[in-house]
Design a protein around this ligand. Structure first.
Ligand code: RP5
Length: 180
């Protein structure tokens, strides 16, 4: 199902997964996991809008030429990375607010979501990197019927899982009541 680069045989990255620090990796891996499920190639970097701003600019400005079509960017606290990336590229940017120790991620959420007019970042929930991966796939799917079909299948699987749990719920409720 995965898309390989014809010249190298490697999976071509269509989504860039960025984070402000490698301490964000545990959360951001969920974006990579769902992109794997959907057979979409990705690349991953830890670059900081504050600590390595020039590297961020250099990296982001090279994305289009390599065929990357969407960016998932996670950051915590004064979470400026997604906004800075959006300032530097016409590619769609999806921001993942990382739960912070001091303010539980509300600082990250507000830093990412409150972008100035003209520079949007599509912001998902706190630590919701899986949703960011799915949204990146949906953006790619708008122009790629094969990816769209894979997203459709993912949604059908989710629906089947919810329906199975619904069907099992009456029996589960009876058992849990008896156990109390
Ligand atoms: C942000 O500061 C990062 O995105 C991370 O969520 C947070 C803490 O970074 P480290 O101190 O772990 O490098 O820039």
């Amino acid at each position: 199902m995965s898309e390989t680069n014809a010249s190298t045989g490697a999976v071509a990255a269509r989504v860039a997964i960025l984070m402000g620090s490698d301490s964000d990796l545990g959360v951001m891996l969920e974006a990579a996991r769902v992109l794997n499920q959907l057979g979409i190639g990705w690349e991953i970097r830890a670059l900081s809008a504050h600590r390595t701003p020039h590297r961020v600019a250099e990296y982001v400005q090279g994305l289009e030429a390599r065929g990357v079509q969407a960016v998932v960017a996670g950051a915590g606290g004064a979470a400026h990375l997604p906004g800075v990336v959006a300032a530097l590229t016409p590619l769609p940017v999806i921001g993942v607010p990382i739960k912070s120790a001091a303010l539980d991620g509300l600082d990250s959420l507000l830093s990412i979501v409150q972008m100035p007019p003209g520079v949007p970042v599509a912001t998902v929930g706190i630590d919701a990197a899986r949703n960011a991966g799915i949204l990146a796939a949906q953006i790619l799917g708008a122009g790629d019927p094969e990816v769209r079909e894979r997203v459709r299948r993912l949604k059908a699987e989710m629906a089947a899982s919810v329906e199975a749990r619904d069907a099992a719920l009456p029996e589960r409720a009876r058992r849990e009541l008896e156990a109390r």
